[in-house]
Design a protein around this ligand. Structure first.
Ligand SMILES: [Zn+2]
Ligand SMILES: [Zn+2]
Length: 242
């Protein structure tokens, strides 16, 4: 698999996941012009767009994406919140397939009606990826996952420090605690997760104020898995060599 990060963070999220020559757009939370430019105006082989929830940093371009002829997959709650009605809109209640991909939506926790994460499996290469963002924890554990694309939003100590110094408004605090993944919670999640098949962890949606430079090292040290922070780059996801 290959991952192209178009944008990651609270000001916008969009990723292109490619496997066996076909691609899925994950989120479309930046201007459509920007998506087009970053994809070199090439939408060939894009099978669809998966949306986790309705916040604009994930869904900003959804009407353009639909209008451009790309099928979009999301929960009913997300579709309702975005007031979408389009023949290319699909409600993702259960497992579905897009060509070589089998996609299983799963519930996450966020301050919206019906947020989702996605387990993505390539039937040809047998690679499995978990995509989860905007959630303070994961309810589920998944077997034989090769790659995690997972939110690592903030550090509790850094957040408290920012509140004390007035960088972050106190009212933001509870919202963050209940709706985004904190680094120590993520480490805790991985501690009790079987990572024997895991080859790469990609940390996404870092907060610009409340994250710190050592996130990559902390997750890599805690898990022993090659870890990268998403920031507009191309990432090779490979089973071998490792
Ligand atoms: Zn977000
Ligand atoms: Zn959100």
């Amino acid at each position: 698999m290959k991952l192209k990060v178009l944008a990651s963070g609270s000001s916008g999220n969009a990723y292109l996941l490619t496997s066996s020559g076909r691609s899925i757009l994950l989120e479309c939370g930046i201007r459509f012009e920007e998506i087009k430019k970053k994809l070199n105006f090439n939408f060939d082989n894009i099978l669809g767009c998966l949306l986790t929830h309705e916040h604009m940093d994930h869904a900003k371009s959804v009407t353009n994406v639909l209008a451009h002829g790309i099928d979009c997959y999301m929960s009913q709650g997300t579709a309702d919140a975005l007031q979408l009605n389009h023949h290319r809109l699909h409600i993702a209640n259960e497992q579905f397939t897009l060509d070589n991909f089998t996609i299983m939506p799963f519930k996450v926790e966020h301050d919206v009606k019906e947020p989702l994460g996605f387990l993505i499996y390539d039937n040809i290469t047998k690679e499995k990826l978990v995509f989860a963002t905007d959630t303070p924890y994961l309810i589920y554990r998944f077997n034989n996952v090769n790659y995690y694309m997972i939110e690592c939003n903030y550090d509790r100590d850094k957040l408290e420090e920012n509140i004390e110094t007035g960088v972050i408004n106190h009212s933001m605090r509870n919202r963050l605690l209940n709706s985004h993944f904190e680094i120590n919670s993520l480490i805790e999640y991985f501690r009790f997760t079987d990572l024997k098949s895991c080859r790469k962890i990609v940390l996404i949606h870092l907060s610009s104020n409340n994250s710190s430079d050592d996130f990559q090292a902390r997750i890599q040290n805690a898990t022993g898995i090659d870890t990268e922070i998403a920031w507009n780059q191309n990432i090779e996801l490979r089973l071998y060599p490792f």
